[in-house]
Design a protein around this ligand. Structure first.
Ligand SMILES: NC(=O)c1ccc[n+]([C@@H]2O[C@H](COP(=O)([O-])OP(=O)(O)OC[C@H]3O[C@@H](n4cnc5c(N)ncnc54)[C@H](O)[C@@H]3O)[C@@H](O)[C@H]2O)c1
Length: 256
């Protein structure tokens, strides 16, 4: 019987690469995204290549939808072993312009979602009668504050804090909780960050991505597969003795 993982935000970018990697590692995978079309496309790409995937439409900021998505994955795929709370949004705004609505939106999608994902996964692990692995998307901006990304940075600090707390709360249940901290990854999210920064600082499109990437010790921006390799480890028995950690995978940008 294959182990089962659910990856949120798996319709594109880092989440998609994680889903494809977990399939390669032998998991059956639920592709959970609020973009139904991309989720279905990723699931059918996997199934056509001989893997086992199902698309699940979910808005991760809605607790009931997250519980329903995990239950759908458990029933359809026949078990539940790993959740990757990957979905997230960016917000590029000078600190003094951030509104209450902005904060509500980004905290709902980036932080509340991780609480809900953890709670729903624990319920599913209990139904299956075993522990499991919870893996959360943090960021380099969870380790160091980044300018113009104040709201985003604080949500990722919160995810790193929650990863530590949940690790301690859930260890007695045989559940590990870890996080990954990507750097500058070429995805739709960075296209948005680059375009928004351009509006603020007038630099041509692509220039901000290039400048941010120029400080990377390994000399190139990240691709989603870099991150998927780390998540593969965090989902595997090789990480059984690790919990509460948020690991940097940034090519050498932030050092702790
Ligand atoms: N790209 C980077 O450089 C970078 C760096 C550090 C951390 N991260 C984090 O990695 C994660 C993935 O980022 P990405 O670059 O692949 O982003 P992306 O924007 O390319 O993809 C995000 C996916 O999440 C989905 N999504 C967004 N809101 C959702 C919601 N409310 N419910 C369900 N699905 C939703 C989108 O439809 C999309 O498929 C995020 O948590 C992000 O903060 C990204």
């Amino acid at each position: 019987m294959k182990k089962v993982a659910l990856v949120t935000g798996a319709g594109q970018g880092i989440g998609k690469a994680i889903a494809l990697r977990l399939v390669k590692d032998g998991f059956a995978v639920a592709i959970a995204d609020y973009n139904d079309a991309t989720a279905k496309a990723v699931a059918s790409e996997i199934n056509q290549a001989g893997g086992h995937a199902v698309a699940v439409k979910v808005d991760v900021s809605d607790r009931d939808q997250v519980f329903a998505a995990v239950e759908q994955a458990r029933k359809t795929l026949g078990g539940f072993d790993v959740i990757v709370n990957n979905a997230g949004i960016a917000q590029i705004k000078p600190l003094l312009e951030v509104t209450e609505e902005d904060l509500k939106q980004i905290y709902s999608v980036n932080v509340f979602s991780v609480f809900f994902g953890i709670q729903a996964a624990v319920e599913a692990f209990k139904k299956e009668g075993h522990g499991g692995k919870i893996i959360n998307a943090a960021s380099i901006a969870a380790i160091q504050g980044f300018p113009i990304l104040s709201a985003y940075s604080t949500t990722k600090f919160a995810v790193r804090g929650l990863t530590q707390t949940a690790a301690r709360d859930l260890a007695p249940l045989g559940i590990t909780v870890n996080g990954y901290c990507p750097g500058i990854v070429g995805t739709g999210m960075w296209e948005q960050i680059d375009a928004e920064l351009s509006k603020i600082n007038g630099k041509p499109i692509g220039e901000n991505f290039k400048e941010y990437s120029s400080s990377i010790a390994l000399g190139r921006p990240s691709v989603p597969e870099d991150v998927a390799g780390l998540v593969s480890f965090l989902a595997s028995p090789d990480s059984d003795y690790m919990t509460g950690q948020s690991l940097l995978i940034d090519g050498g940008m932030v050092f702790n």
